[in-house]
Structure formats: structure tokens, C-alpha cells
Design a protein around this ligand. Structure first.
Ligand code: 6R9
Length: 572
């Protein structure tokens, strides 16, 4: 195990949250008092995120700063309130009612956010889709959720098999020179002439608001349903974990097609009333550093895959930008390799704070807090109000350093409330009474830090040794030639499984037998003999999800010549 790799960095923050104390005394009802619905019980998350701030001195504060290669715009809280009201009126006039599903399949432009908020305001359930989805993925999601309205562009509409989607009645097209025929609308023309005053649909805390489809290991994607109550935890983790303060300029790099792009790209920043930066277009190190510099970003939330790419681009380029406004950096989605944390500290002069959660959990549950000592490679500790544990198959909590199922005591405010039309799948998460089973394997150290090992089905058993693929991957990326690595167990008649590594090389390195051997020796000395990948295969690119997760199950099925299962979330 890689404990020796951890290093300690002491707190420098003045607003120390006394973790131990809070963990003992905190309960979620304390947060409810921060919201206006505390008395009426009727609520709308979009109102709390936007409109509420317009009743205070935040009316003219910038809520959204947007840029892509063509547009550069800023919207105040008041402007966001009015634009989302207009969208709400458009949708309601077309006939959308509380509980109907509106899907959004469009590039990351301001109008996406206006319509997202507008849909919530009239009580609809929003389904955000990645712009890069192809026909099959789009069809599965619209059909399963029986969506009645879709907001998209003429270009993307080509990927929507309308004749196979009988429930889909209204298409709102975003773009220029939109041709309007029956059932089709010109989104821009409609919203710009709609009234900026809207009668908000007041909801119950447990009424649904959002559906995110997430892939299981096989079969069709599941529709994870979230309710308005989630705001309690999105708001509070915005304070505790993102460390959001009044004057922050915040950037979450995630697309709303991924839960990080909604919980932390929309809800947490706006519930906390900060300035939220949205950037359209693709990843490039230059553009990203420019975005940080130009917008004077102070809090930056991204993912390991992006940090690894920035690391591969080198420290030279970082020196060309003034990143001095950046105060706090966070990462989620995959294990954050210790090497990346060390590199970040050297290069940005900042620690990158890993945190753990899932589409199903709705918001952050385990985190390296801004104020706490970071252990590189650990996901951190559970936030107050969350009881996380490593349990065995009977629900018994396991002692430190024992690998098992990462589980959470139910419930918590942002917990999913349904797998759309699939009671059975939903129940499977809760099959051990009182617990939510994440399907991740992990262990806890003596001080209560959680260490990720892999998905449960990813754990490798080689000659009787259990090896978490992440440990090996993390060691691999410490080697100067390795840009990224994916590690799987491959059946072996003698050892049960052997470890096989798929590796993409950094620029300037080329595959050879010598390099393979050098990497194997590196693992042997750096980790353990039993952790050495007996097979190494070099690849230009590793299969990843759009949120940047290395898809080990795809590597496995390639290796074994098996069907790859659902690939709708895979990058092009
Ligand atoms: C927010 C998000 C959830 C799965 C989760 C785990 C992996 C997320 C992680 C992490 C190690 C972290 N994961 N954060 N693994 N360290 N800090 O990513 O949601 O797309 O549903 O994925 O991602 O395997 O179970 P989602």
C-alpha cells in the first residue's frame, strides 16, 4: 500500500472548521434554516439559486461570466432571473407542466443555463445530455424518460430519431434561421419576446427536479432522479469543501451532462451567490490557463484527467500566465494520483483537493477540506452529517486497512430518490439495511482518511494478493514516460489473475521492450513485486468516459474479446 507516499501539508486558512466538533454536533436541519422555505415548506431550487439573491444587494452582481471563441458575455443575477423566467414562460405556454421531462442537448452556451433554470422554475424535470452523444445514446435516454420536450440545435437534431420517440412532442431549436413547422419552435425568438415575470411553481422538498443518466457496467444507462431537497447539501458543501466566499470567482470545468456540471457547475455556486465562470469549447492547456488568468478565478474545480493532461503539457507553459488569484483547487471523478498532487503543489504552489461522490449521491460526501492536512492519494474524510464506512457483504463495519465496500448510512439530503422506472435497480443499492452501497472498494487508515481502490469488480486478485488497480496506475504515472495508465486483471491459469497495464506515453517517448522492462522494474522497486504488470500494452489513447474516467471494463472486454456493453458515455 502506498501510505509512505502521503505527505502532510498543514492548514493556513483562518476560518478553521473544527472537524471533530462539527462531526459530533452537526445535523442537516441546521442548514435548512438558511433557506426561505424553512417556514412554508414550499420550495424551488432555481428560486433559491437565482431569484433570492435579487431580493438582496446581489441583484447587480455578476452571476454568470461566459466565454468561447466568439462570445464573451456577463449576466447579473437579475438578468439570469429574467432570462430564466422568460424560458419558463415559453415552456409553460407550449404546455409543459410540473413533472414533465425536458431534455437539453446543446452546446455549453448561456442559453443552456437559462433554459435549465427556466425548466426548474415551472416544476419540470430536467435531463441534461452531453453534446457529443450519438443517436443511440440520445434515443435511449429520451425513450426511457418519456421526455416530451427537447431543446437542441439543428445540427444535433440529426442525431435524434424522432420517429422512434412517440412521447417527444416539442422541439425547441437554438441557432440561426430556424425553420418553424408544427411541433418545432425557434428558441431564441420565443424566449426573447416572452415576459420576464413568471409565476414560479412551488414544489415540495421531495419533488423531482433532475434526471442524470449514468452507465452501469452492462446494459442500458440508468436514470438517476434527484429532488429539490438536494440544495441543502449542494449549498453546504459549496461552503465547506469548495470554500466559497462572497467575492469568489469560481470555475467548474465540467459539462452539465455530467453530475459535476450540475451540482457544482450550477447549484453550489449559485446557491452560494458567487460569480460562476462558464467556458464553452474544448480542452487546451493554453485556453484553460488563459481562462484562469483573464477571469481572475479564485476557486477551480476540475478532474484528474484534466490535471494529468495539464501535467503532461509541462510547467513551462504555466509560467506564461498569472495564476495568482487561484486560492483553492479541487478534483473529482476518479482517483487523483499522488504524483499529480505533488506536481500541482510544485507548479501552482497549491494543493489539489480530492473529493469523492457519485451521480447517485448528488453531492460531495468525502473530501479533503481546505483546512485539513492532505494525504496525497486519499479522498479525504466524510463531511459532517455523513457516516461513511467500509463494510463487508453482511453490513459489518471493517477495521482500518481492510478493503471492502464503501458504504454510506442512509439517508442524506442529496441522495437520489429513484432510478427512473426501475425499482429493482434502485433497491439493489440499498440491499443491506440502513446502507447505500457505492460499488467502490476502499479502505480507511488509522486517522479516518478514505483510500480508493477501484470499483469492486475491478479489484485484482493475483496469486492470492488483492491489488487495487488505482495503486498500480498511480505508480505508473510517476514514471516519466507514462502519461496515463489503465490496469486490469487478466485471467491466468497459475496466478488466478495477472496484472495487465495499458499505457499511453508522454510526448517524446516511444514504445520498446526496454521501456516495458524499465517500467516493470520501476513498479517492482516502487510498489511491490506482486504489483508488477506482467503484461504492458502501449496505446495512443485510453478509453475514457466523457467525464474522464478510464473505462477499465472496456480494457477488460478488449483483452478478453468480450462484448463491450454500453458505450454511450465513452469519448469519441
Ligand atoms: C462525481 C462523479 C462516480 C464514480 C465513483 C468512483 C469514481 C469519483 C472519485 C472517484 C476515486 C475520487 N470517483 N470521485 N474515485 N477518487 N475522488 O464522478 O460521479 O460520474 O457518477 O462517478 O467515480 O468510482 O463511484 P459519477
Amino acid at each position: 500500500m502506498d501510505h509512505y507516499n502521503r505527505y502532510k501539508v498543514q492548514t493556513k486558512d483562518n476560518q478553521l472548521m473544527d472537524y471533530e466538533e462539527k462531526t459530533k454536533t452537526f445535523d442537516w436541519s441546521q442548514v435548512e434554516k438558511s433557506f426561505s422555505w424553512n417556514e412554508t415548506g414550499k420550495v424551488n431550487i432555481a428560486f433559491e439559486a437565482i431569484d433570492k439573491h435579487c431580493e438582496s444587494n446581489k441583484k447587480n452582481k455578476i452571476a454568470l461570466m461566459y466565454s468561447d471563441s466568439i462570445r464573451k458575455e456577463a449576466y447579473t443575477y437579475q438578468a439570469l432571473k429574467e432570462h430564466s423566467n422568460r424560458m419558463g414562460n415559453v415552456f409553460r405556454d407550449i404546455g409543459i407542466r410540473k413533472g414533465d421531462r425536458i431534455f437539453i442537448f446543446m452546446p455549453r452556451v448561456p442559453e443552456l443555463y437559462f433554459s435549465f433554470l427556466g425548466a426548474l422554475k415551472i416544476g419540470a424535470i430536467v435531463g441534461p445530455l452531453f453534446e457529443a452523444f450519438m443517436e443511440e445514446a440520445v434515443k435511449d435516454r429520451l425513450a426511457d424518460s418519456e421526455a416530451t420536450m427537447l431543446i437542441t440545435t439543428p445540427e444535433l437534431l440529426k442525431r435524434v430519431p424522432l420517429h422512434e420517440l412517440p412521447h417527444l412532442k416539442h422541439i425547441l431549436l437554438y441557432g440561426e434561421n430556424i425553420e418553424v413547422k408544427s411541433g418545432f419552435y425557434d428558441l431564441n425568438a420565443e424566449w426573447q419576446q416572452a415576459s420576464p415575470q413568471l409565476k414560479i411553481e412551488w414544489m415540495n422538498l421531495d419533488d423531482p427536479m433532475l434526471i442524470h443518466y449514468t452507465s452501469g457496467s452492462t446494459g442500458k444507462p440508468k436514470g438517476v432522479l434527484h429532488v429539490h431537497r438536494a440544495m441543502i447539501q449542494q449549498y453546504q458543501t459549496g461552503k465547506w469543501v469548495l470554500d466559497l466566499k462572497e467575492d469568489d470567482i469560481y470555475w467548474c470545468t465540467a459539462d452539465p451532462g455530467w453530475v459535476t456540471g450540475t451540482s457544482y457547475g450550477i447549484f453550489a455556486p449559485w446557491l452560494n451567490g458567487v460569480t460562476n465562470v462558464i467556458r464553452g469549447g474544448r480542452f487546451s492547456p493554453e485556453d484553460w490557463y488563459k481562462t484562469l488568468e483573464k477571469n481572475k478565478i479564485s476557486v477551480w474545480y476540475s478532474a484528474p484527467t484534466a490535471f494529468r493532461m495539464l501535467m503532461a503539457a509541462g510547467e513551462q507553459i504555466v509560467k506564461q500566465y498569472d495564476l495568482s488569484t487561484v486560492r483553492h483547487i479541487l478534483s473529482v471523478g476518479e482517483p487523483l494520483n499522488p504524483e499529480v498532487v505533488r506536481w500541482g503543489l510544485e507548479t501552482y504552489g497549491k494543493r489539489i483537493h480530492d473529493n469523492w461522490w457519485m451521480t447517485e449521491t448528488g453531492s460531495i460526501l468525502i473530501a479533503n477540506y481546505p483546512q485539513m492536512e492532505i494525504r496525497a492519494g486519499s479522498m479525504g474524510k466524510p463531511i459532517p452529517g455523513i457516516h461513511a464506512a467500509i463494510i463487508d457483504d453482511d453490513g459489518t463495519e471493517l477495521p482500518p486497512y481492510t478493503m471492502g465496500n464503501l458504504a454510506i448510512r442512509t439517508p442524506w439530503p442529496s441522495m437520489m430518490r429513484q432510478i427512473w422506472k426501475n425499482e429493482e435497480k434502485y433497491k439493489a443499492y440499498f440491499r443491506i439495511s440502513g446502507w447505500y452501497l457505492s460499488g467502490d472498494s476502499a479502505y480507511i487508515d488509522d486517522d479516518g482518511y478514505f483510500w480508493f481502490q477501484g470499483r469492486l469488480d475491478d479489484v485484482i486478485n493475483t496469486s492470492g494478493e488483492r491489488v487495487g488497480p488505482f495503486e498500480v496506475e498511480s505508480k505508473l504515472v510517476e514514471h516519466p514516460a507514462v502519461a496515463e495508465a489503465g490496469v486490469i486483471g487478466k485471467p491466468d491459469p497459475i496466478r488466478g489473475q495477472i496484472i495487465k497495464a495499458f499505457i499511453s506515453l508522454r510526448q517524446g517517448y516511444f514504445e520498446s521492450e526496454e521501456l516495458k522492462e524499465e517500467i516493470q522494474t520501476y513498479i517492482k522497486h516502487g510498489l511491490a513485486a506482486h504489483a508488477v504488470p506482467r503484461e504492458i500494452e502501449f496505446k495512443d489513447k485510453l478509453p475514457k468516459t466523457r467525464s474522464g474516467k478510464i473505462m477499465r471494463r472496456v480494457l477488460k472486454s478488449w483483452e478478453l474479446g468480450l462484448p463491450t456493453g454500453d458505450l454511450s458515455t465513452m469519448e469519441d
